[in-house]
Structure formats: structure tokens, C-alpha cells
Design a binder for this molecule. Structure first.
Ligand code: SF4
Length: 240
């Protein structure tokens, strides 16, 4: 991202903020959205049977999921790629047209910028796990609907549980608002280490690479966010 290189190191969802299958897959069940505040637009717990599923079964179930209307327009699901035991997990919004074609998250120009962002902190696609809130492309790249995010959330929660990341990097407004269950702009969510899920996994918010392509003058903020996230894992290194 045009910035110096760093040295490399090494769910159920409620969020709080700190300052600063060769198998017969089960039929996916739409999830009843339940909010921690009692409203109906936010899910707080991965339902059975997803919360005990191993990787292979989960991937198989996602690949045939028809729990929301996006299943009708997708070419294929985009499950996620990378190291399934990674310290870093990157969560974005939803597949775009090229992701829908390739079945891989973050490809194209935004994907290349994400790769540069990861390289800036000594990481690559093989050392992180990358996925999205939604596993299917919204037509025309429209914003995901709340009910679609609610239907898909259990899959993401199980992925987070299985990876067990030391830090989650949430990129963009949709992902961040959904994970943190806060209707707040990215500019106000970034700059703090939030906590996700019952294990309190550290979560850092930054801008989506697609946004940074449109607003390159904001890249320095993403750099600050990456340093913040790196500091969660290696506090002494983050000072530089
Ligand atoms: Fe299923 Fe998620 Fe795709 Fe909707 S977006 S069909 S819930 S995998």
C-alpha cells in the first residue's frame, strides 16, 4: 500500500469495546434474528447444528445453502480462503462479481490492495484466513439486507470459532457494523480494539480496500489500523 514493510510474526457474537462433505449435508436453517437489545435485526448466537460442525461439513453445507434469496442469483458460494489456524482473520462484506466467478474472496483491484496491506505487516494470504460476512454475492453489488446477514451469520461465527484468531481485522462498514452490531460509521469504529464473542477476540476496524482505492489519501489511516491490530499480537513491535 505504498508503505514500509514490517517484520513478520509468527463465537457466538456479542461485542464490547475497549478504549483505544461426502456427507448428506443438513438442510440449512434460516436463523431467527435476535438482538442483544431485543430488536429483530441482529443475531447473537450461532444456532445448532452449525456451532459444532467441523470445517469440511461446514464448507459443504455453505456450498448448497439456500437459506436466503442470494442463493438464487449466485454462481457459487465464496466460503473463505487461507490458513484455518491463523492468528489473523480478515472479514469483509460480501463477494463481488469476480469473487462470485472465482469462488475466492478479495480478488481484483481491491484484493490486490488487501494483499499489499497484509504484506505491510509481514503477512500473506497463506498466513491469514479471509472471508466475508456473506458467502453469496448480492446482485449488482448492492448492500446486503439485514435478513441476509442474519441468515448467513451462523456460518461466519462457526468459522471464527474454528479458526480461533488472535485478532480479527474487520474491513469496511458492512462487516464492522454487523460484527459489532453497532450502526456507527467506520471512522468512529476504527482506532479502538473491540472485543468479539464470548472469548473476547480482539477486533480492529479499518477501511475496505475498495474504499481506499477511491480515497487513497485515507491509506495512512489503514496503516494506523494495521499497527493497532499488530499491537494486539506484538505490543512492543507496534511502537514502531
Ligand atoms: Fe446461505 Fe449465506 Fe448464501 Fe444466504 S448468503 S444463501 S445464508 S450462504
Amino acid at each position: 500500500m505504498g508503505i514500509e514493510q514490517w517484520r513478520r510474526r509468527g463465537a457466538n457474537s456479542q461485542a464490547t469495546t475497549e478504549a483505544g462433505a461426502d456427507i448428506e449435508p443438513p438442510t440449512p436453517q434460516p436463523v431467527e434474528p435476535v438482538s442483544s437489545q431485543g430488536s429483530k435485526d441482529v443475531l447473537v448466537a450461532a444456532p445448532e447444528p452449525y456451532d459444532t460442525m467441523p470445517w469440511g461439513e461446514l464448507e459443504s453445507v455453505v456450498s448448497v445453502c439456500t437459506a436466503c434469496e442470494l442463493s438464487r442469483s449466485r454462481r457459487q458460494t465464496v466460503f473463505g480462503v487461507g490458513n484455518r489456524e491463523a492468528d489473523w482473520m480478515v472479514v469483509g462484506e460480501a463477494p463481488g462479481a469476480e469473487e462470485d466467478r472465482q469462488g475466492v474472496p478479495f480478488v481484483g483491484r481491491a484484493g490486490k490492495l488487501l494483499d499489499k496491506m497484509l504484506a505491510a505487516i509481514g503477512l500473506d494470504r497463506e498466513s491469514v484466513f479471509v472471508t466475508n460476512i456473506l458467502k453469496c454475492r448480492p446482485p449488482g453489488n448492492r448492500d446486503p439486507k439485514p435478513e441476509e446477514m442474519a441468515c448467513c451469520r451462523a456460518f461466519l461465527e462457526r468459522q471464527i470459532e474454528l479458526v480461533g484468531p488472535k485478532v480479527i481485522l474487520s474491513v469496511g462498514r458492512i462487516s464492522s457494523q454487523n460484527l459489532l452490531q453497532r450502526d456507527v460509521a467506520v471512522g468512529r469504529l476504527r482506532g479502538s480494539v473491540h472485543r468479539f464473542g464470548p472469548n473476547g477476540t480482539p477486533l480492529v476496524v479499518t477501511y475496505h480496500p475498495a474504499y481506499l482505492l477511491r480515497r487513497p489519501e485515507e491509506k495512512w489511516k489503514a496503516w494506523e489500523d494495521l499497527k493497532l491490530a499488530r499491537g494486539v499480537l506484538a505490543p512492543r513491535e507496534s511502537a514502531t
